[in-house]
Structure formats: structure tokens, C-alpha cells
Design a binder for this molecule. Structure first.
Ligand code: NI
Length: 179
């Protein structure tokens, strides 16, 4: 059975902790992936990092509609369920020079959105739920999402890209929509 976990809201200091790599993908880690997936879906999110439920491990889940084909060919690394990713120990091994602004939000800063500029595609090396090494190139919204979630594992929030004034304002406003 999967469990919906409570999500931490900024400025909770646990959101600022740097998460540690997973040593072994065992049943406990797989269970955590399932709980993160259940929580993300229950909260209508497109991504969720373990840091956001107070577990400092380098694990995230993502559920962004994928660009399944490029020039009629399936993108390398896609599996039978291309929208849903279970990602352990992610590492960005390549990032495009092209930058793009994406309007980002976060379950830990509920109800608040702001544009963040990031590379428009990134290649990520990670372990999947079965503990197998994978490399996937993420584009567009998937690229923004995976970078946003990896930032969480380093204790960073999307509001850190904004001015201090704007950041403080969004944190204050998020308190009012706090679950
Ligand atoms: Ni977030």
C-alpha cells in the first residue's frame, strides 16, 4: 500500500538540507519511491523530491507529459511509461547552451509561481527503481522540472533565483495557502 506523505512548506529548514546519495536500491527505497509518487499525484504535482517530505536522500519522482518523439523517432531512454520517472542519485552530465524561462511553481511554496531561466535541455544520469543505470535527455518542461527537483536535493528552491524581496513575498504568501 502506498502512503501520501505530508509535504514541508518553506521556510522549513529541512528544505535547506543537502540530501545524501542512496547506497543501495533496496525495498525500502522502492517503497519510498512509491510513496513519493502517490504523494505527487495526490497533490497534483508534476515532480517531488524526497527532501520535500523531510527525507534527505537523493531521490525524486516526475510526471510531466513527455515529448515522446523528435522527427518521428522515439527519444532515447524512454520507457513504456514515458511520463513517469523514478530517479535516484541524479547527475546532470550535459546541459544545453540555450536557456529558456519557464513559469515554475512548487508544492513547498504552494500557490506561488515565477519565471526561472534554465537550460532548455539536460542529460541526466541516474539509477531507476530497479537500480539500473539510465541516461535520459529531458527537454522543455521535463528539463525544467528535473532541474527544479535536483535543486531540491541540494537544498535549493526555485525562489532562490528571484530577488530577496520577491522571494520573501512569495514565502509570506505561501503561508496563507498552507495546507
Ligand atoms: Ni519544488
Amino acid at each position: 500500500m502506498m502512503t501520501v506523505l505530508p509535504i514541508l512548506v518553506a521556510p522549513n529548514p529541512l528544505l535547506r538540507k543537502k540530501a545524501l546519495p542512496v547506497q543501495e536500491v533496496d525495498s525500502q527505497i522502492q517503497r519510498l519511491l512509491e510513496d513519493l509518487e502517490e504523494t505527487m499525484i495526490a497533490e497534483d504535482g508534476i515532480g517531488l523530491a524526497a527532501t520535500q517530505v523531510g527525507i534527505p536522500k537523493r531521490i525524486l519522482v516526475m510526471n510531466v507529459p513527455a515529448n515522446v518523439t523528435v522527427n518521428g523517432e522515439q527519444i532515447e531512454g524512454m520507457n513504456s511509461n514515458p511520463d513517469l520517472y523514478h530517479i535516484i542519485n541524479p547527475e546532470i552530465v550535459w546541459a544545453s547552451d540555450t536557456l529558456v524561462a519557464c513559469n515554475e511553481g512548487c508544492l513547498s511554496v504552494p500557490g506561488q509561481y515565477a519565471p526561472v531561466i534554465r537550460p532548455d535541455s539536460v542529460r541526466v544520469r541516474y539509477l531507476n527503481k530497479a537500480g539500473k543505470f539510465c541516461e535520459t535527455t529531458f527537454l522543455n518542461l521535463q528539463a525544467a522540472c528535473v532541474q527544479h527537483e535536483i535543486d531540491h536535493l541540494d537544498g535549493k528552491l526555485f525562489i532562490d533565483y528571484l530577488s530577496a524581496l520577491k522571494r520573501d513575498m512569495l514565502i509570506r504568501k505561501a503561508q496563507k495557502v498552507r495546507r
